[in-house]
Design a protein around this ligand. Structure first.
Ligand code: ATR
Length: 269
């Protein structure tokens, strides 16, 4: 018997925690459905989504590295957020074989960030890829005053600021930090298998929040250093869970259980 299903599409994809989360929610809500991991390389991406268009039970896909920008060429519609951000993390079936790109990363990031007063605040973002786009959009949509981007490739950071029409500084990864209210690592630095991230947090004031979107490992060196300074920290699991929550609603039309603590235990056990 065929059942409605969604999937996560990426390369690599084996590390993804999305199947565990979505299957837990399907089970909790008693929905007969499935959620799978699909290892799809860049050269296979267009053919993959052409096939998805023809599958009546396919509800949609989470999009992960390295397809968040490339997938935009393969859909029929964009949400307004996707247009503004220039990247998508979901593709949803909207019927008659048509596909719509959505971005739930930015709302997921904002929900996970919790109680930070962003109005007029100064934020540092490390990285200038698809995830940084979603982070910058979340911050500017909530009144951030000033932004500094640290990135290996300066040109990419300037394009990001220009695309979002935000004024800001671009610094090298090893530059001394400004005394900002919030620091977000939105790069892959510090992730298992990636290069380490080494920044000196000394210039940050005592009220600063440090957020890492990397969730493997959950306790990154950046978060350890921030905790050692007594700064407020936000790990990457919150954003992962919150972006998935909205994606689940888009795929299956139901709201997942609100208990994030149980899900965190499942994801870290
Ligand atoms: P995503 O869409 O998940 O954000 P991405 O677009 O590949 O992924 O962006 C990854 C980010 O991590 C980029 O800011 C990248 O820097 P560049 O813009 O210079 O490529 C950064 N990054 C990844 N590996 C890095 C490394 N070894 N050294 C420095 N920066 C790195």
């Amino acid at each position: 018997m065929s059942v409605p299903f969604a999937e996560v599409v990426g390369d690599p994809v084996a590390h993804s925690k999305s199947p565990v989360m979505h299957r837990a929610w399907l089970a909790a809500l008693g929905i007969e459905g499935d959620y799978r991991a699909a290892h799809v390389r860049s050269q296979e991406l267009a053919a993959h989504f052409e096939t998805c268009r023809t599958l009546p039970d396919w509800r949609g896909a989470n999009i992960t590295v390295p397809h968040k920008v490339a997938c935009l060429d393969l859909v029929d519609q964009f949400s307004a957020d996707v247009t503004a951000i220039g990247a998508a993390n979901c593709i949803v079936s909207i019927g008659n074989g048509r596909l719509r790109a959505e971005n739930t990363d930015w709302t997921g990031f904002f929900a996970a960030l919790g109680k930070v007063d962003l109005r007029g605040a100064h934020a540092i973002i490390i990285g200038a890829g698809g995830a940084s786009r979603a982070v910058l959009y979340a911050l500017t949509s909530n009144g951030i005053g000033n932004v500094t981007i640290l990135n290996r490739t300066h040109a990419r950071a300037h394009v990001l600021l220009e695309d979002m029409q935000v004024e800001g500084d671009v610094l090298a990864l090893d530059a001394a930090l400004p005394a900002a209210d919030l620091l977000v690592n939105a790069s892959s630095l510090g992730m298992v298998g990636a290069a380490p991230l080494s920044v000196d947090l000394a210039p940050l004031p005592a009220h600063a929040t440090v957020c890492d979107i990397v969730y493997a490992p959950l306790e990154t060196l950046l978060l350890t250093a921030a905790r050692a300074r007594g700064l407020r920290t936000v790990d990457g699991l919150g954003m992962l869970i919150e972006q998935a929550r909205t994606a689940f609603e888009l795929f299956f039309g139901r709201t997942p259980p609100a208990d994030s603590a149980a899900l965190r235990r499942l994801l870290t056990s």
